[in-house]
Design a protein around this ligand. Structure first.
Ligand SMILES: O=C(O)CCC(=O)C(=O)O
Ligand SMILES: [Fe+2]
Length: 339
């Protein structure tokens, strides 16, 4: 593993997988701990008054998955694996060039899919829709099952979209749900009816076709880990395997970017962590900066492309027109202003 190569891969694609980093027997031993932790929380009542919340380890049940937060503080084995990644010379080199002189971790979590059929593998839009998160954010992931088969419910990413000045969840209406969500925001009111917005799909469909070959499931298996920039268009791919598959994700922010929000760490969190993670989770770090870091380079770049602009305009005009027709108001005027 070579730090410069990893850095170049993040520059180019926005993510990478490191295969065979851990010994499979070590991963399987930690997997046993994590499964027991998830099983334990699963037996508790699935509500906010349960012991999981009270202990500071949020435990969330969705039909498609169960997640437990800050699991590194419950599994020394996992904490050891995370430390091994973060203290590896190649990763330190990559992080220095991508994130800058220092970063602060925000969360780690274990997620186990429910095994229910999740999403339509033929659809361009994925179950956890294409999105970008907060600027300055990065995420690592470790596979605790063999998730190399297509549609294993891995994190997905669209290559090289981290250079773009577009947000798929607000600027691009790539699927029906995003249409309603982003449409509401554009219209600054409830969308009364959006038939035109569904039909006006000429450039958007061209955009989907342009992006499709770069849509990648970040597949991996036991021993492997991955990394992505939360600025690359990403989401969760469908899980059609019928299996309950487990991953751990952990990530945070470059110190010179606003920290998204402070998730209170569980009690005595720091004492339960090895030094590398204590350092990574430490609050009140100075905002040390390096303008040459990739995070800042992306901010300066903000690449535009005519097809993205056309797709954006096509949908926004269609939303405004649909709404105007439905409400009998003049298009391109907010209800409040018009009244
Ligand atoms: O793998 C997933 O569920 C997507 C994760 C994601 O969106 C994130 O970590 O920011
Ligand atoms: Fe995300």
């Amino acid at each position: 593993m070579n730090g410069e190569e990893l850095y170049q891969q993040v520059r180019k694609d926005g993510f990478f997988v490191v295969p065979g980093f851990f010994a499979p027997s070590d991963v399987m031993a930690v997997r046993k701990d994590l499964a027991a932790i998830l099983d334990g929380f699963e037996k508790l009542p699935h509500d906010e008054n349960n012991a999981a919340y009270k202990s500071g380890h949020k435990s969330t049940y969705l039909p498609m998955m169960h997640s437990v937060w800050h699991v590194s503080m419950l599994s020394p084995g996992l904490a050891g694996m995370m430390s091994e990644i973060l203290s590896h010379d190649a990763i330190k080199y990559m992080m220095r060039k991508v994130v800058g002189p220092d970063y602060r971790m925000r969360i780690d979590l274990a997620r186990r899919s429910s095994g229910l059929m999740d999403g339509d593998p033929k659809s361009f839009q994925i179950p956890h829709q294409w999105h970008v998160d907060t600027p300055g954010e990065f995420t690592f992931g470790i596979y605790f099952d063999d998730m190399r088969a297509p549609n294993s419910g891995n994190t997905g990413a669209i290559k090289s979209t981290h250079w773009l000045d577009y947000r798929p969840q607000w600027d691009m209406m790539l699927g029906p749900d995003s249409l309603i969500r982003a449409g509401r925001r554009w219209a600054k009111e409830r969308i009364m009816s959006a038939p035109l917005a569904y039909k006006a799909d000429y450039f958007t469909e061209k955009l989907r076709r342009k992006l499709a070959p770069d849509c990648t499931e970040i597949n991996g298996g036991i021993g492997d880990f991955y990394f992505f920039l939360n600025r690359v268009w990403h989401g969760r791919m469908p899980n059609t395997t019928g299996k309950r598959l487990m991953t751990v994700r952990f990530g945070g922010f470059a110190c010179d970017y606003p920290f998204k929000d402070d998730i209170p760490l569980p009690e005595n969190a720091m004492e339960r962590l090895p030094p590398v993670l204590q350092q990574a989770y430490a609050a009140n770090k100075p905002a040390v900066t390096d303008p040459a870091a990739l995070m800042h380079e992306m901010d300066r770049e903000k690449r535009k492309h005519w097809l993205f602009d056309m797709a954006k305009h096509e949908k926004s005009m269609a939303v405004h027109l649909s709404n105007a027709i439905a409400t009998g108001q003049k298009p391109f005027k907010r209800t409040k202003d018009a009244a």
